[in-house]
Design a protein around this ligand. Structure first.
Ligand SMILES: CC(C)(COP(=O)(O)OP(=O)(O)OC[C@H]1O[C@@H](n2cnc3c(N)ncnc32)[C@H](O)[C@@H]1OP(=O)(O)O)[C@@H](O)C(=O)NCCC(=O)NCCS
Length: 165
């Protein structure tokens, strides 16, 4: 049985991951490559995204390209690109923090509010069953708090969201 009963997931490790949004739109995930750096730069530097980043300073393009290449190559990070109709609409990044992996997510501004974030987290859930995942969300980030709750995460006493077992 699938972990998230609302979403159908066809999962194969490292292969195409496919789930549907609550409205029935099919999405899939693939691992990011360095070619994805520019679109991620666009999403991450949009004003509505940066305001909720831990580091609110907007990086230069050079800084971003260096950072992105390092993340894509690292064994301690995974960047997954969400695709709808073959087009990228967002990313989920996993960063190893001791025994757990921190989840960060960005959906392209024009795609927000339609279930795409929730669908990506459902796919990540299936891909990462062997990992302990958590997310840190800034207090005012209502969309992100709602997203992680809707995706089955619960707030832990240390202020982090963790997947319900
Ligand atoms: C947070 C973010 C990823 C959410 O993605 P999304 O695709 O818009 O979210 P979804 O449409 O899947 O919505 C998921 C849930 O959150 C709720 N939600 C979405 N946007 C909301 C908002 N602005 N205010 C309140 N609730 C909201 C939805 O109603 C849904 O709940 P439901 O299933 O109970 O109805 C997106 O807003 C984003 O990229 N924000 C900027 C980056 C960011 O803050 N990332 C998180 C840092 S950890």
């Amino acid at each position: 049985m699938l972990h998230n009963a609302n979403l159908q997931a066809i999962v194969s490790h490292w292969g195409a991951e496919t789930v549907r949004t609550p409205e029935g739109q099919r999405i899939s995930l693939r691992r990011a490559t360095r070619e994805d750096a520019m679109i991620v730069f666009e999403w991450q530097t949009s004003p509505g995204t940066r305001v909720y980043a831990r580091n609110r300073q907007v990086p230069s393009l050079t800084e971003h390209l260096d950072w992105f290449s390092e993340k894509v190559a690292s064994d301690d990070s995974q960047i997954w690109v969400g695709l709808s109709d073959g087009r990228p609409f967002g990313i989920v990044r996993l960063d190893r923090r001791d025994e757990e992996w921190e989840v960060s997510i960005v959906v392209a501004p024009h795609m927000r509010g339609s279930g795409f974030g929730k669908a990506m987290l459902a796919a990540i859930d299936e891909i990462s069953r062997d990992k302990k995942l958590f997310a840190e969300v800034l207090p005012g980030n209502q969309a992100s708090h709602a997203l992680f709750r809707a995706a089955g995460y619960r707030l832990s006493p240390d202020g982090r969201y963790r997947r319900s077992e």
